[in-house]
Design a protein around this ligand. Structure first.
Ligand code: ZN
Length: 90
């Protein structure tokens, strides 16, 4: 399972329609992908917050923000020193 696939499965998971087999894949992916684990952790907290308020509905922009946060983390993971690259050019 790739990070993108996890994100897709995650929205199904949130909506309560995820396949148990996918769920296993999801957990397996989380076992060795730290950025995704952080995102899922945040997601779980958000869900429980909403549950406490008895409004089990994610904000409209939540998925977008989730996606953005994930992409940011993947970018950092793939290229941790990307900020230095242009500065070193002299
Ligand atoms: Zn991942």
């Amino acid at each position: 399972m790739k990070c993108q696939e996890l994100l897709k499965a995650l929205s199904e998971y949130v909506e309560g329609g995820v396949d148990p087999a996918i769920c296993k894949e999801l957990e397996k992916h989380l076992g060795d992908c730290n950025p995704c684990r952080v995102v899922v952790d945040t997601l779980k907290k958000t869900i429980s917050l909403y549950k406490n308020d008895e409004v089990y509905e994610l904000p409209a922009d939540f998925k977008q923000r989730l996606h953005k946060a994930l992409q940011e983390k993947w970018r950092q993971k793939a290229n941790p020193h990307s900020d230095d690259a242009s500065a070193k050019k002299d």
